[in-house]
Design a protein around this ligand. Structure first.
Ligand SMILES: C[S@@+](CC[C@H](N)C(=O)[O-])C[C@H]1O[C@@H](n2cnc3c(N)ncnc32)[C@H](O)[C@@H]1O
Length: 485
């Protein structure tokens, strides 16, 4: 197949017909969790082409409406006209036919595109089974796409949002649904067709710009910039555009960071998901700061989901091929030349603070999120801004308590350390506390004001400076909530 034979959806349906489609998808519970459960997957993003027959078997065996939707929209299977009409209704079928999504073959209806549910939106992409095989294909919703969607908060302060490397437009649609004026950029014109199509399907509009990262944009700043860029380090010049960012894997991420001082508003957030090479020569936090080119007024947070050794990583990314061995060796040599020790999967956040203070940088480990953790990330980022600001003035009359995101606070018998465990699905690892932090938390139970706590801290012979540093240490972990008196 070549690019000319790939589908070209065009939204020719009216909003009422489209509304009928999305309403029906919601009614039939077409959500990522329910489809993953139907297919026996931990997460919908973990679809594996080698297991396609099993998925089809599971979906057919269920013989429910959700099973039929999954067969039609994710597994490339057909339905009879009667089945499809009973499933989606006449209006939705006609909307999909006139838009060139559905087509008829041997008396059955098939879909040219796949449809992913994502946090309440519905996103069409090219077929995931052939992903990476044809130049110009629009990227499916991979684990990286879902991670970025599930981790990127969009508060009311986000008026203008930019999604670079937009692909299907999933993140640009999400920003538009949150009420932002949303712009999407991609170098691939087919991706922008899909972005416009997906925006219309979800009842919003997105401004699309064809171009290389920031270069085709009018001057201006954004409150939120998202990106799921190409990042696979590759010596292979033929690797498709949605994957490769040169031999280092860092060409695109570097340019994304370098553009932030001109493009991110004060108080704005940059959120990027990627796999980055772990180098012996320089830490990733330092590299990000160097690319940013600023030493004051910025915060950088890397949430790391775990490293993969380069053998496993190469195997995953080159896939089966006739010249597997020589290809593998070429990658291996290239990775050694670049000093790549392993590859880490991560989400990077960069915040532009309103302060002229030295940058802060932090790296944290977590599992990649299988559920929506945007509210949690938003609170965590706010805590970083507050507790990493040395000039922050605390309200002495407020009463600190343990934040409810933590389920358990453990302390050892000798009082030399403590541990905090989260109340959620164990996405984040337990956090170790110093002796001072554990002592601080023991007394902060939402009953005493900050000034009372400080007074008893000093009465017990402790230094005031340790009181404040313990509070900041806990605050940076998101461990404190405040009650106003
Ligand atoms: C991994 S896909 C991400 C798609 C989508 N944002 C998502 O999260 O599912 C990367 C996208 O970046 C686009 N791209 C690659 N290089 C680019 C560049 N220099 N400027 C703009 N877009 C680029 C590709 O065409 C592709 O659509």
């Amino acid at each position: 197949m070549n690019v000319a034979n790939l589908p070209r959806p065009k939204l020719r349906a009216n909003p009422q017909e489209i509304g009928a489609l999305t309403a029906r998808l919601r009614e039939l519970n077409y959500r990522e969790e329910s489809v993953a459960e139907l297919l026996g997957l931990r997460d919908l993003s973990e679809l594996d082409a080698a297991e396609l027959p099993r998925y089809v078997w599971e979906a057919r065996r269920e013989s429910t409406a959700l099973g039929q939707l999954t067969l039609l929209f994710l597994l490339g299977d057909g339905l009879s006209r009667q089945e499809a009409t009973a499933l989606l209704g006449r209006e939705a079928i006609s909307a999909l036919m006139v838009s060139d999504v559905l087509f008829r073959r041997d008396g059955r209806l098939f879909s040219r595109l796949v449809l992913y549910p994502c946090l309440g939106s519905f996103i069409f992409t090219d077929y995931w089974v052939t992903s990476g095989q044809v130049e110009g294909q629009v990227y499916e919703l991979g684990t990286d796409s879902y991670v970025l969607a599930r981790m990127t908060p969009r508060g009311e302060s986000v008026q203008k949002a930019l999604d670079l490397c937009t692909g299907s437009g999933v993140h640009a649609v999400s920003s538009a649904l949150a009420g932002a004026d949303s712009t999407a950029v991609d170098i691939n014109p087919r991706a922008l067709q899909y972005t416009e199509f997906n925006a219309a399907v979800n009842g919003v509009s997105v401004n699309v710009v064809e171009g290389d990262l920031y270069t085709a944009l009018e001057p201006g700043r954004y409150d939120l910039i998202t990106a799921n860029p190409p990042y696979v380090p590759s010596p292979d010049k033929e690797v498709l555009i949605h994957r490769s960012a040169g031999e280092t894997g860092e060409e695109v991420p570097e340019r994304l960071l370098a553009g932030l001082p001109q493009r991110l508003s004060e108080g704005g957030l940059f959120s990027m998901v990627l796999e980055y090479p772990v180098l012996s020569s320089e830490s990733y936090l330092n590299r990000l700061e160097r690319w940013l080119g600023e030493t004051r007024g910025w915060g950088i947070a890397v949430i790391s989901f775990g490293e993969m050794n380069i053998g496993a990583y190469i195997k995953l990314h080159i896939g089966p091929s006739e010249d597997y061995q020589s290809k593998f060796e070429a990658y291996l040599e290239s990775y050694h030349r670049q000093g790549i020790e392993s590859v880490d999967f991560a989400n990077v956040f960069v915040v532009r603070t309103r302060l002229d203070q030295p940058n802060w940088k932090v790296k944290l480990s977590s599992l990649w999120p299988k559920t929506d953790i945007r509210a949690y990330v938003s609170d965590w980022l706010k805590d970083q801004l507050m507790y990493r600001n040395p000039d922050f003035e605390y309200d002495l009359t407020a009463k600190p308590d343990l934040n409810q995101v933590y389920r358990t606070f453990w302390r050892d018998r000798d009082r030399t350390q403590g541990i905090l465990e989260r109340a959620n699905d164990r996405t984040f690892a337990p956090h170790n506390l110093t002796a001072d932090e554990a002592e601080w938390l023991e007394h902060a139970r939402g009953e005493k004001t900050l000034s009372e706590l400080l007074a008893s801290w000093k009465e017990s012979g402790r230094l005031e400076s340790t009181f404040w540093s313990a509070l900041r240490g806990l605050g940076k972990q998101g461990a404190i909530s405040w009650k106003k008196s």
